[in-house]
Ligand binder design. Structure first.
Ligand code: SF4
Ligand code: ZN
Length: 419
């Protein structure tokens, strides 16, 4: 590993050593996004004339106007001009925001897009860290890490709750357009999947396999992103894997993927199935957007999200579930996933697919609503399938949701036994 030393004009130390640092609520001077206030981050490819290199603008209050323990909105817009920049690269560079910010001592970042959640510690605030320093950090890192594609960078940081509304809507349009480009691409239509080992910095044996119909579990690395990332850095964390011989079409196992997994997991794992959570499922690192768990009494699976802090029918909250099955191990019956994987045609087909879902937080149902209905209709489950999925308003134990599922004649109840 070649370490590049860059001088970043911020009053805190910046380096990979701080990546695993957590900042608890009570240690935070201020917190942004995470469902508590609006938040988003966006990398935009721009024309030369639109980007003034090094410019940082803060729209709204600076940290001096943020009282201790407060919650604010935060929009991070990174405008990049580069002769070799492509719009396919936007998503790839956007994911780096997560890593770059976490490199800062006293800075904490989770999730991505309009789900991002950040904290600045009291220590960083006392050291003089300002909102504008996010800009300094990002500009320095993007320029030093991607000199081949990044010529000019400017950063806009929005902390004003009015100003963020319009910008977040524009960002969502961008996210949607990116996701739409993936539509029509299926796992069968390509002969190459991609690995992602970016998270090995804290889960050393973890390997994501990213296929057109299965986004990385962080939700931030699609097959197109992994492909673009490999173009940018051919020796980087996203390697092409020719699928080669298929060993199990139903469960989604390929010889070449197994071979790759074995080597890249430091020989801790030998086989992986892409289309089931019951048998050699993909490993989970720590940054999954959602997590699935089986509910034996209902013969179904439940899903909870990072945003949902409440109890769930499996008896655990998101954070206790994450503690149980994170860290880069295979845990049959549990699996971290990206939110969008739920509406993929390759959502656990070997376990019965979408029809297996018996519980999810109401927020997730609303978030995916139109696509859930579309998928349910395509699978012959009917447009009202979504209403058969229990949520926290129905119950948070297996016992309390079971009568509801029976009354609704939920399809999982009559599926083959899950275990
Ligand atoms: Fe890559 Fe997976 Fe980590 Fe996302 S969760 S950054 S896809 S290794
Ligand atoms: Zn991860």
């Amino acid at each position: 590993i070649k370490l590049k030393i860059v001088d970043i004009p911020v009053p805190i130390t910046v380096g990979p050593a701080f990546e695993g640092e957590t900042i608890r609520k009570k240690e935070a001077w201020v917190e942004f996004g995470g469902g508590r206030a609006p938040g988003f981050e966006l990398v935009r490819m721009c024309d030369a004339g639109q980007v003034e290199d090094g410019k940082i603008e803060v729209v709204g209050p600076e940290i001096d106007e943020m009282p201790e323990g407060s919650v604010f909105p935060l929009g991070i817009i990174v405008d990049i001009y580069g002769r070799k920049m492509q719009d396919d690269f936007e998503g790839v560079l956007e994911r780096r925001i997560h890593y770059f910010i976490n490199y800062g001592e006293g800075l904490w970042h989770v999730a991505q897009r309009d789900l991002c959640w950040l904290r600045i510690s009291k220590g960083a605030q006392a050291a003089g860290f300002k909102i504008r320093h996010f800009g300094e950090l990002l500009i320095a890192k993007f320029k030093s890490d991607y000199p081949a594609i990044v010529d000019r960078v400017q950063v806009t940081l929005i902390t004003d709750s009015k100003a963020i509304e319009e910008k977040i809507a524009a960002a969502r349009d961008k996210y949607q357009a990116r996701d739409a480009r993936l539509k029509g691409l299926t796992d069968e239509s390509v002969d190459t999947f991609y690995s992602c080992t970016l998270c090995q910095s804290f889960a050393p044996n973890h390997v994501c396999i990213v296929s057109p119909e299965r986004v990385g579990l962080c939700g931030a690395v699609s097959w197109l992103d992994a492909k673009a990332s490999n173009e940018i850095t051919p020796t980087g964390p996203n390697q092409p894997i020719a699928k080669g011989e298929c060993l199990d079409e139903q469960k989604g196992m390929w010889q070449n993927l197994n071979d790759f997994l074995h080597t890249s997991s430091n020989r801790t794992l030998e086989e992986v199935n892409l289309y089931t959570l019951m048998d050699k499922p993909m490993t989970s690192c720590g940054c999954f957007e959602a997590i699935m768990a089986i509910l034996p009494q209902t013969n179904g699976v439940m899903i909870t999200t990072r945003e949902h802090s409440g109890d769930t029918p499996c008896g655990m909250t998101f954070s206790s579930l994450a503690g149980t099955c994170g860290g880069g191990v295979q845990t049959p019956g549990f699996m971290g996933i990206g939110r969008r994987y739920i509406v993929s045609a390759k959502f656990i087909p070997a376990d019965g697919g979408l029809g297996r879902i018996v519980w999810m937080p109401k927020e997730l149902k609303d978030y995916l609503k139109d696509e859930l209905i579309e998928r349910a209709v395509a699978l012959g489950l009917g447009a009202d399938f979504v209403n058969k999925i229990a949520d926290e308003t129905v119950g948070i134990t297996e016992e309390t949701i079971l009568p509801f599922l029976e009354e609704k004649q939920h399809p999982a109840l009559t599926m083959p036994a899950l275990m």
